[in-house]
Each structure stands twice: as C-alpha cells, then as structure tokens.
Design a protein around this ligand. Structure first.
Ligand code: MN
Ligand code: MN
Length: 422
C-alpha cells in the first residue's frame, strides 16, 4: 500500500520537474498559473499581501484567467509543488469524420491519471461508430440525444438497446460492440476506460480484421466469394454515415429474437434513477456493482451541486478519481503529504483527477448548478467523510486534536452527507 501511494503521489520531485517541464501540459498550466513555485510561496507570505506584488502588471490571457482564478492566485492555504490535476477537452484536437467526431483526454494529456482515460464522441443521426472491441471495459454516459448500442457476450448472446441522455452503458473488455446515432439529431457521449493509456485510435476494428487476412482465408472462413470480399469498404471505417434504423423491436426480431438475445442488461438509467443521497446541497447518484452488476471494473457517481455548496471534505480509499465536468464552475483543493496542497478551477468540459486517499473537496463557485461525474477503476464506490470520522471518535480525542469540546463539536454533521449547503 505504501509503495502504491508513493507511485501515485503527485508531488513534484527533481526528475518529474524535468519531465513535466517538457510537456505541453506544463506549458498550458504555467501559462494559466503565471507563477513559479517560488512565486507561489512568496504570495503566501504576509508581506506580499500588503505590498503591490499581486497587482503588478504582467502578461496575461484574460479569458483563461477569468476561468481559472484559483489556479492563478491560489488561496494562502496552498503549499508546495503539486503537479497539475486538470485538463480540458477544449484543448485536444477533434478527429472529425463524415458522421461525427471524437477527441480524448488520456494519460498522454493528463500524465498523473494512470488508471483512467476518457473520450468524448459525437455521432450524427444514423452514423455508426464501427463494430469493434478493445482491451479495457468501456463505461459510457450519454450527454445528448439518442443512440442504439449492440454488444455480444462471448457465449453468443447479443444485447441490443436504445439509450438517451442520462443513460449509461458498460461493454466489458473484448466484448464486440457498436454504437449508432438515432433521430432526431444523433448523440454525444463520454466514454471512460479504466486504463490510463487507452486510446480510441487503438481499438480492434471489424474492417481491419477483414482487410489484413488473406482474402482466400476470409472466403474459407465466411463462405463468402472472393468477389464479394473484394467489395468490402476500405479499412478503417471507424466513424461513418448510415441510415437511421427501424424500431428496436424490429431489430431484436431480425437478429433471432429471444433465442439469441442477452439476459444481461448492459445499459442503465443513471440520471433518472432515484438519487442515492439528497441534501440541501444537491444530489448524488451512485452506480456500482451493487445496483448494476456489470459494473465490476469501473464505477461512477453523477453529482449535482448547488451554487455555494460543497462536495464535503473526503477521500477515496480504494481508487483514484477521474472527473468529467458537465456543467457549472467550481474549485477543488487536493492535500497530499507532506504539507502539499493545490487548488485548481474547473469548468464545463474539463477533466479532474485525484489520487487514492488524497483529501479533497469541491466547491461550486458559480451561480448555477455544478454537474459532474466521478469515475473510479473499482467495483464499489467508496468515500470517507471527514465529518463522520470527527463525530465517531471519543470527545477527549477530538478535544486533544482540534481543541473543541463536545458541545462545540455537535455542529459538525454526524452523518456522511456528501453534499453540504452554503
Ligand atoms: Mn468501444
Ligand atoms: Mn472525491
């Protein structure tokens, strides 16, 4: 455990400084922060608060500054050299094809995230993400519109189902699957993989399997004539236009009905499920192996946090957290040993990361709801509430640590609330 923690620590050391210094991420974050580590330390001193240091004129990208006030001028409680744990889908190039587009934030863009990678994809009505499979489980959340998905179990049972905004699907590693945009306007979704170096460009495609096997072998294997095989579209197809399919019932019947249809449910209504927890601060919906049996290697939570509210001070004992910000504006501080803390801002379409066990909170700093997804490469969602812990130790112990008596301690919520109001 100790070793694992060391490997996950985000604190900069000499060799990492060199590595990160060469990456594009460092350039972006340096531009954002516009301060060196030394400058940051200085800003924390009383002196700097009282002279004109912080108002000195300097080069700035005002748009970025306005979006990232805490990343630029951190609260005085920040300390040390924590590596960046922020990236944005708006900084990665889109692969645009006829029928849709895709782009991704993986370990290449956000080096601290070794266990999880994410992909954002759009398919127009009727367009396909080509039939394919890959090395990691796929957890997907529909951000917009409607789609039809298929996935086949190695035992031959086939699942076919429709999803809409707020639904998710899981395709286990190696299970072949497809996604198609439906009417009226196709779909947009987020794909999350419990594998930091995953890439949507590195999946196993039907077209490539066909194109790189001698045609006479494909003919023997399928029974198709060489002539038919020579008419296959060129590989790769990846994303390509198609016609909006008929009804789901028609498709189910056509592939063989009950005899071949899967008994397993690969899709889940996340946004419309009963909230796992509701407080005056917002709502949390947790999906893991306890309510969605296929969720054995990746689990998630959909969080809605009201303006001024906080996702309480907590940590996750069993996995790192990978966040996708759907809406709103907020900040997160992460605290790591020894005396290292960094605060960064997050906006819609941003990605955040927290290593296992690192204490953190999220505060809604905007004037509308923050909506974000928390994803973990695990089978169960697990978080430790600081408040709950404080209320479950003997009062003498609490007094010895924080210098508060029993009566004072009673204002601390004794239950895990996850979301606290303003
Ligand atoms: Mn896939
Ligand atoms: Mn968390």
């Amino acid at each position: 455990m100790r070793k694992e923690m060391e490997e996950d620590v985000l604190v900069e050391n000499q060799s990492r400084r060199k590595f990160i210094g060469n990456s594009s991420l460092a350039l972006v974050v340096a531009a954002l922060a516009n301060v060196t580590a030394e400058g940051q330390q200085k800003a924390n001193t009383q002196k700097a608060e009282h002279d004109h240091s912080s108002s000195d004129p300097g080069q700035e990208n005002k748009t970025l500054l306005d979006l990232n006030p805490n990343s630029n001028t951190p609260p005085p409680t920040d300390h040390g050299d924590v590596l960046p744990f922020w990236y944005s889908f708006d900084l990665v190039k889109k692969r645009v094809e006829e029928g849709g587009w895709t782009h991704e934030v993986t370990q290449r863009e956000l080096p601290v995230s070794k266990n999880v990678a994410g992909v954002n994809m759009r398919l127009t009505a009727g367009s396909y993400r080509e039939m394919h499979w890959h090395t990691a489980d796929e957890w997907a959340y529909v951000l917009y519109g409607n789609a039809r998905v298929t996935v086949m179990h190695p035992d031959g049972s086939q699942f076919i189902g429709d999803v809409r905004e707020g639904d998710l699907w899981i395709f286990p590693a190696g299970f072949p699957h497809s996604i198609q945009g439906l009417g009226p306007d196709g779909t947009e979704f987020l794909l999350v993989f419990p594998q930091g170096d995953f890439s949507e460009d590195g999946t196993f495609l039907l077209s490539e399997f066909m194109a790189h096997i001698p045609p006479e072998v494909v003919a023997k294997n399928t029974g198709l004539s060489i002539e038919t095989i020579s008419d296959f579209p060129e590989a790769p197809m990846y994303i390509f236009p198609g016609s909006v399919p008929g009804s789901l019932e028609q498709d189910k019947k056509e592939i063989g009905g009950e005899a071949v249809l899967s008994k397993l449910q690969y899709t889940f209504h996340l946004k419309s499920m009963e909230p796992t927890r509701v407080t005056h601060g917002g709502e949390v919906r947790i999906v893991d192996s306890r309510n969605f049996p296929l969720s054995t290697r990746i689990v998630g939570a959909l969080v809605t946090l009201k303006p001024g509210g906080i996702r309480e001070m907590h940590w996750h004992p069993n996995a790192s957290e990978w966040q996708f910000w759907i809406a709103g504006k907020g900040r997160m501080t992460m605290v790591l040993p020894v005396a290292n803390a960094r605060t960064m801002d997050f906006n819609a379409n941003d990605v955040g990361y927290v290593p296992p066990n690192a204490g953190h909170y999220i505060e809604n700093t905007g004037d509308s709801d923050v909506v974000f997804l928390e994803l973990f490469a695990a089978s169960e969602f697990m978080d430790v509430s600081l408040n709950q812990w404080l209320r479950r130790v003997p009062s003498e112990m609490l007094k010895a640590h924080l210098n508060i008596d029993v009566a004072t301690a009673k204002v601390i919520p004794s239950e895990k609330l996850q979301l606290l109001p303003l």
